[in-house]
Structure formats: C-alpha cells, structure tokens
Design a protein around this ligand. Structure first.
Ligand code: ATP
Ligand code: MG
Length: 177
C-alpha cells in the first residue's frame, strides 16, 4: 500500500510554477513513476518541455490540450471557443486522474482557467475529488482559488522579488520557454 497522494498547488505572481512542476516530473520519473501533465495552454509559444518530454517517455506524457486561452484578451475568436477548449482539457485531465495509470497528474495553468471563468470551479473541485487516494495531483497557475487551496495538502506561492521582464529583458529560450 503506497502513501497517501498529495494535492499540490503552485501559485503566485512570481516565476517558477510550471518549472517547479517539471522539476517534480524529473524526480518522479527517476523512480519510473508514471506522470501525465495536461497543459491548459495560454499562448502559441513553443516550450522546451514539449521536446524534452519525448526523452522522458513513456513514463512522462505531456498533453497540450486545445488552444486554451491563447490571446484571450485580444483574440478575435469567440470566448465560447476558449471555454470549450478549457473544458476539453479538463475532461482529458479528469480521464487521466481517474484512469489509475499514473502516479502523478499535473494540471498546468488550470488556476488561470478558473480565474478567467473558462472553467467552472465546481467542475475543477469534482476533478480533484475524483482522485484515487494514492495519486499525487498538482495544480499550477496564479490566482489559485480559496476552495482549491483549502483542499490542498501543499501550497507554495511564488513571490516575485525581481523579474528580468521588469527591466526590459525579454523571455529567454531554455529559461522562460
Ligand atoms: P515558468 O513556466 O517559467 O515556471 P510560471 O509557470 O511561474 O513560469 P506563468 O504564469 O505560467 O509562470 O508564466 C509563464 C511565462 O511568463 C514565462 O515565460 C515566465 O518567465 C513569465 N513570467 C512568470 N512570472 C513572471 C513575472 N512575475 N513577470 C513577468 N513575466 C513572468
Ligand atoms: Mg506556468
């Protein structure tokens, strides 16, 4: 019988939430644990982890689900499309959670999707509660809701002390994406 799975939340306005989740992937795969990360994509950028995921396969599976909230603020496509994409991503995430096939499931940027009201908080809570007891479930993204924080065992808030963006330094390959 394994240990009780944890609900882990990485939130806050500083950099490092997705990076922390990916660090956890590296650690877990070292034990041949099975990990699935579902990304609620929020941009059309290419991220380095999309390629390094292939090197950690088959233990690590990375799914970028739909177009998420690409340019939600200035995008021409109807909000409905974003709602649909986010809910499709959640459906995939839930399927992975209940499958019993993974030791760790990561829902990357899901907190933003809730904050933007693309997802219903109650649907996210349902997905969390559907977790098998031994599964470690990670939720990332700033503005984690109080309800999600209340359910979690581990919550870390990344706090910005400095970010290069503020001094005009552009996002860096291998560091930011
Ligand atoms: P990372 O993916 O680098 O761990 P994150 O998951 O904490 O970052 P997100 O909110 O997902 O942060 O934003 C991702 C992108 O925004 C990255 O390019 C990151 O460098 C940048 N970013 C994160 N935090 C800040 C910040 N406080 N100011 C400016 N840009 C930021
Ligand atoms: Mg992130």
């Amino acid at each position: 019988m394994g240990q009780k799975g944890l609900i882990i939340v990485y939130t806050g306005g500083g950099k490092g939430k997705t990076s922390a989740a990916l660090g956890l992937v590296l650690r877990a795969v070292g034990y041949n644990h099975k990990v699935c990360m579902v990304q609620f994509v929020k941009g059309s950028w290419h991220y380095g982890e999309l390629d390094s995921a292939k090197r950690l396969a088959p233990e690590f599976e990375l799914i970028t689900a739909g177009k998420g909230f690409v340019g939600i603020l200035d995008d021409k496509s109807p909000r409905e499309d974003h709602v649909k994409a986010a809910n499709e991503a959640l459906a995939i995430g839930k399927e992975k959670i209940v499958s019993g096939k993974y030791n760790v499931v990561i829902l990357d940027e899901i907190n933003y999707a809730v904050q933007l009201e693309l997802l219903k908080l109650s649907d996210v809570i349902d997905a969390i509660k559907s977790k098998p007891p031994e599964l470690d479930l990670v939720l990332t993204g700033n503005h984690a809701s109080k309800e999600v924080i209340d359910l979690a065992d581990l919550v870390t808030e990344m706090k910005e002390i400095k970010h290069p963006f503020k001094s005009g330094i552009k996002a860096k390959k291998g560091i930011d994406f």
